[in-house]
Ligand binder design. Sequence first.
Ligand code: ADP
Ligand code: MG
Length: 728
Amino acid sequence: MGTIRTQALLASQQKPQVKIDESVRRSDLFGKNVFNDQAMRQYLSKEAYKSVLDATENGSKIDRKLAEHIAAGMKLWALSKGATHYTHWFQPLTGSSAEKHDAFFEPVGGGLAIEKFDGGQLVQQEPDASSFPSGGIRNTFEARGYTAWDPTSPAFVYGTTLCIPTVFVSYTGEALDYKTPLLRSLQALDGAATAVAKYFDKNVKKVIATLGWEQEYFLIDKSLATARPDIVLTGRALLGHSPAKGQQLEDHYFGSIPIRALNFMRDLEQECMLLGIPVKTRHNEVAPNQFELAPIFEEANLAVDHNTLLMDIMGKVADRHGLKVLLHEKPFSGINGSGKHNNFSMATDTGVNLLGPGKTPMSNLQFLTFFINTIKAVNENEELLRASIASASNDHRLGANEAPPAIISVFIGDQLSKVLDDLENVSDGKLSPEEKTELKLNVVGKIPEILLDNTDRNRTSPFAFTGNKFEFRAVGSSANCANPMTVLSAIVAKQLTVFKAEVDDLVTRKDMKKDDAIFNILREYIKQSKRIIFEGDGYSDAWEKEAAKRGLSNNKTTPKALKANISKKSISLFEELGILNPIEIHARYEIELEAYTKKIQIEGRVIGDIARNHVIPTAINYQNKLISNVQGLKDIFAKDFEKYAQEQINLIKEISEHIEAINSNVTNMTEARKAANNIEDTEAKAYAYCDEVRPYFEVIRYHCDKLEILIDDELWTLVKYRELLFTR
Ligand code: ADP
Ligand code: MG
């Protein structure tokens, strides 16, 4: 029989062969299972179609009668795709998507049944929501929550279920999900950015945020992963000695993709195509068995839905291939972790990327306006931005010397730095015609060339400008992108509103020309935002010191980072923009702290369990072998035996020392956990888990990993790193 490890190793050789039909063109699959424009035109009346379009583009309400028509059309379409059930698909604060399936089927008496789905069922549902996190909102107000249709993200059929993207709110209207505040924030950004974009082009009526995410992940053989209780329960390896070969040869990045992984990717990409997720690139990442997948960017709300959906279907597709996807930010210590870069920009309904180069001096001044305002927004809200990506798992990356540091800074490259230097010298007040010509020709006018040639890259920056967008790199691989997108849109919205007011003020009060006023304000912004711009090595110790001098925050743990969410400044920002009210903000704060506590609590239990019921028994087992060996040597050599048994005796002692260290540390950790569990206050409890419980993990791990390399490989029960990382 062997250990569970040897069984798992045998099982990992049985690789399922999934046939992927690549003869179908991707473009023929694209959006086939989405109730998209084409499907709507086919299945809806003109009036119903127009009302959905109106809701998507202008946020107008869909009236009840039309909702009936839309539901009827959507049902027919879904049935034609083989759907038997429908669900409101939403994103509660648990981090994953939620769905409760209801059958279309409805008996109508006389032994007959019909397929039913009406406007009411489309627009609103009341899932029994009492076990989703609400941070106490539902206790204080109303026990129920409801989901409401978000027509800006199209319905889709997955498997045999019609999925209707919805928001999830309490009966009194408080947001209980990720989508609600995101939609509110995107609306605020639209308002503020459109007003500013109108300075440059009066025809602009709408600005959307664009998001292109890049999803990193590990792909591990399922039988092997299943034999690791820590991976099953926490998504990461809590123990495990580094393999003799890790990523030091740098042979994985962009290397040829292993066949099994490639087959998984093809299958996944086809599923994505059907669901309208425009996946475009795939490649190996730095660590062994680590990969990345990225789509073409989309409107932010849709992009967030698509990423959430992707994370779900990745697991399902992997299962067919006998694989397991690990989305955890740091599944294996000693090698790279995974992130999810969020590429962010803004685009007008006239087709202009506001962070991209333009053709005229005016459009390049527009670029500078949005560019500098974004930098200023990040500078003033760096701590809130850090909070937006805080989680127990992302703490392993940020500041852990291989990913962006926990300090938020902005990288813009030499050439744009030079542009900002030039702008900083613009004269105060009205500009002379000569100065303006000079600026337009030699500063603003040079921008398109500069951006085209933006090869200047800094991989250590958490927030880097990459030619036509900002790349927020500190987002974790398992995160829902809604949080960082909500905060980013909110701070930019707020900043643009302030900017517009200041420019208008100079125009009316000082009788300045609009572009003079813009130059004047931007000059001041550049001066005020200097501390956030950093072009050097973000991983260095020197930067930590320098950042501290500049007054930038460096919150390395989640409980510390989250605090920024409830600062006076954040509360008034969210309230002013109508994104979250103080009740919602505090509820979310509680939920995130609780999630942190629970994650560390579970990890603590798992590490204690496997240390005691895998590692220690195996160590004793091996030690007994050594003891009988020593005894046998004694029988043979009598007085002289020590000469031959000394090494074994040392090993026996060494094993005992590690066992003792593991056992006492597990005992102490358990005590620390008990003490933490007795703390009522959510915040204090999270700190206790962070500062009192978590530090034991490393000590326990150290001794377990030492035993792993001392003990007979035959006896070791836990699947090893080399097996997890190099089985293909
Ligand atoms: P790289 O960053 O490697 O140069 P790309 O420029 O192609 O690669 O972009 C990386 C990601 O950024 C892709 O997901 C892409 O869709 C996205 N992206 C490109 N332009 C924008 C934009 N204007 N807004 C948001 N995301 C964008
Ligand atoms: Mg990137």
